[in-house]
Write a protein that binds this ligand. Structure first.
Ligand code: ADP
Ligand code: ADP
Length: 225
């Protein structure tokens, strides 16, 4: 659990696209921050730089008290949830969720405790022995989130996690994600192009445009505009 600080963060891709132009942003510990803005404004690039999936051109990404600019994604203790999640098809839900912890040689009783707790948060306790092909899209998405939760990361980064789901499931998953944030007391950065989703979920909304922060607002302020 930690704050995230972005200091003069920039990204210029090799083809000279200036995707992010000097972002300064402090995301306090436990905040749910939504990053919104039109397609191509740099949301995903910003998120990927926080996760360490994209190199930064200049500036700093600070997690807790540590500058993590050159740290590998796995050393940042952050979980990134994508819209296209891949579960291991031959493994049960329980095995999918425990896989990462098993690699780290976490003791079995500890793995068990964490999987059971995450499953309870996500309402998938009854599904632990199923395999991915026996699950609906929304259930798979929850298992994918479960795999991140069991690692107990310092922060969750979501990149349009619900955009492949139908309207009804989207509403359900929004509730799940909100509950996840409340239960885990974790910092969340949530990228979406859906303003309603941002207003429903977030403590604070950052609007990006052409690689810059255009506006920072509370959901209420956003609603009033
Ligand atoms: P958003 O998530 O807001 O849609 P992105 O961060 O994906 O925006 O993209 C920001 C800009 O960077 C866009 O102009 C996009 O075309 C460009 N871009 C994204 N990824 C790459 C890449 N790998 N190489 C070159 N340009 C890229
Ligand atoms: P092993 O390392 O020998 O495979 P594990 O204890 O990690 O043993 O798990 C064996 C299998 O038992 C897992 O694949 C999982 O499906 C199941 N399992 C273990 N504990 C639970 C549990 N609490 N709830 C549901 N399934 C479980």
């Amino acid at each position: 659990m930690a704050r995230i600080l972005l200091r003069n963060l920039r990204k210029t891709y090799d083809n000279q696209t200036e995707a992010v132009r000097s972002i300064n942003l402090e995301i306090p510990h436990n905040e749910f921050l939504a990053l919104v803005g039109p397609s191509g404004c740099g949301k995903s690039t910003t998120l990927r730089m926080i996760a360490g999936l994209e190199s930064i051109t200049s500036g700093d990404v600070i997690i807790g008290d540590r500058i993590v600019n050159s740290d590998q994604p796995k050393d940042r203790d952050i979980a990134m949830v994508f819209q296209n999640y891949a579960l291991y098809p031959h493994m049960t839900v329980y095995q999918n969720m425990s896989f990462g912890l098993r690699l780290k040689r976490t003791p079995k009783d500890e793995i068990h405790r964490r999987v059971v707790e995450a499953a309870s948060i996500l309402n998938i306790t009854d599904l632990l022995q199923r395999r991915p092909k026996q699950l609906s899209g929304g259930q798979r998405q929850r298992v994918a989130m479960g795999r991140s939760i069991v690692r107990d990361p310092q922060a969750f980064l979501f990149d349009e996690p619900l955009s492949n789901l139908d309207a009804k499931l989207r509403v359900q998953m929004r509730t799940q994600i909100k509950k996840l944030h409340q239960r885990m007391k974790t910092t969340v950065v949530y990228v979406t192009h859906d303003q309603i989703e941002a207003m429903t979920l977030a403590d604070r909304i950052v609007v990006m445009n052409a690689g810059r922060i255009e506006q920072v607002a509370s959901p209420q302020e956003m609603y009033d505009n």
